[in-house]
Ligand binder design. Structure first.
Ligand code: PLP
Length: 380
């Protein structure tokens, strides 16, 4: 059976070229980049060349790139650092209700430890506005953290407008751009952010490696302490092979971004139009206009999302349900609930997230299987 992978927001297949680079790196660049001898220098050069490539991907300076263990660690570092470097008695952080748990859980922890947190509720389209942020700013605000694209809906937030609003204030601005790597052009200068998180495995690179962009002049407190790697912001011997793999994935996206994004967008639209026109009782969630090119979140009336995921898996189609499953009981997605979906609608939603390498034929097969799975589940 042909398996069609439509879950690129969970993780993406590693580019074959990236696998080659990683293999070679493991064989040849085993030296510790902090060692003074030849093996160390070779690994150091590999890390610094990679830093340059990743800086190019987001229009940053290489010195502004801090390698981390992934998107979660980058997010944690940004939030904790802003709290720890603040001199306020009760610092205030503004974020949204629909951030990834890497932000929300960290904010929840800080809230129990003398921080004040404002979580902005988005509109039914999944978006907030710069005005929403403005309303909540006060003298204690130390950080605004608003994601660039949401992982469940693909909806883009007005990050540039928020950075304009914060210009000239002392408030730091972080954006979680993990779901934009490759899929959406990222220019840190145009966005005007102070910090930005990225993760390699969402853009066809390896897992366990990410970066935190930290604008020149911004002081970041270390989250992981130890040696003085990564300018003292992130201790621990650099994972040279993962960093090289991340950079290779970035290089491929830089070279072919436009072509890949156009194709992914074309196929996503085809799948979405097929579903919305061939399957009755379907509704698109989020904002169709302000979206990354690869994501489509659709609710299917009277069909349980969890059951659909399993049925589709048996038919060779890999997707995610918008609901988080805890020990067998399915909770409606917090993101969908936050944008005003009823529990029934939230529980009947599926996230389709496409990536490069898919063909029109895959979309036809997926459409056929989705029609079949929905009618089977509705008939039970
Ligand atoms: N932020 C967003 C928006 C995500 O979608 C994810 C992963 O799903 C993360 C952060 C965490 O990234 P990582 O898996 O690299 O820790």
């Amino acid at each position: 059976m042909k398996r069609i992978y439509l879950d690129h927001n969970a993780t993406s297949p590693v580019f074959p070229e990236v696998i080659e680079v990683i293999k070679k790196s493991l064989e040849t660049n085993f030296g510790n980049p902090s060692s003074a001898h030849r093996f160390g220098q070779k690994s150091r050069a590999a890390v610094e060349n990679s830093r340059e490539k990743l800086a190019e991907l987001i229009n940053a300076k290489p010195s502004e790139i801090i390698f981390t263990g992934g998107g979660t660690e980058s997010d944690n570092t940004a939030v904790f650092s802003s709290f720890r470097s603040s001199l306020m008695e009760r610092p205030h952080i503004i974020t949204t209700e629909i951030e990834h748990p890497a932000i929300l859980e960290t904010c929840g922890f800080l809230e129990r430890n003398k921080c004040r947190i404002t979580r902005i509720k988005p509109g039914t389209d999944g978006r907030i506005s710069a005005g929403d942020v403005e309303k909540h700013l006060d003298n204690d605000t130390v950080l605004v953290s608003v994601m660039l694209a949401n992982n469940e809906l693909g909806t883009l937030q007005p990050v540039k407008e928020i950075s304009e609003l914060l210009k000239g204030t002392k408030v730091l601005f972080h954006t979680d751009a993990v779901q934009c790597g490759g899929k959406y052009p990222i220019d840190v200068c145009a966005l005007g952010v102070d910090m930005l998180s990225l993760s390699a495995h969402k853009m066809n690179g390896p897992k366990g490696i990410g970066l935190l962009y930290v604008r020149e002049g911004i002081k970041v407190e270390p989250y992981i302490m130890g040696g003085h790697q990564e300018k003292g912001i992130r201790a621990g011997t650099e994972s040279v092979y993962a960093i090289e793999g991340f950079a290779k994935a970035a290089e491929i996206w830089i070279e072919r971004a436009e072509k890949m994004r156009n194709e992914i967008g074309r196929l996503r639209d085809m799948l979405e139009n097929n579903i919305l026109s061939f399957v009755t009782g379907t509704t698109l969630n989020g904002c169709p206009k302000h979206r990354v090119c690869n994501t489509s979140n659709i609710s299917f009336d009277s069909a349980d999302g969890g059951a659909l995921v399993i049925s589709l898996d048996l038919k060779g189609i890999c997707v995610s349900s918008g609901s988080a499953c805890f020990s067998g009981s399915s909770e409606p997605s917090k993101v969908l609930s936050s944008i005003g979906c009823s529990p029934e609608r939230a529980k009947s939603s599926i996230r389709f997230s496409l990536g490069t390498g898919l063909k029109e034929e895959d979309i036809s097969i997926a459409t056929e299987m989705i029609c079949l799975a929905v009618s089977e589940i509705r008939s039970i």
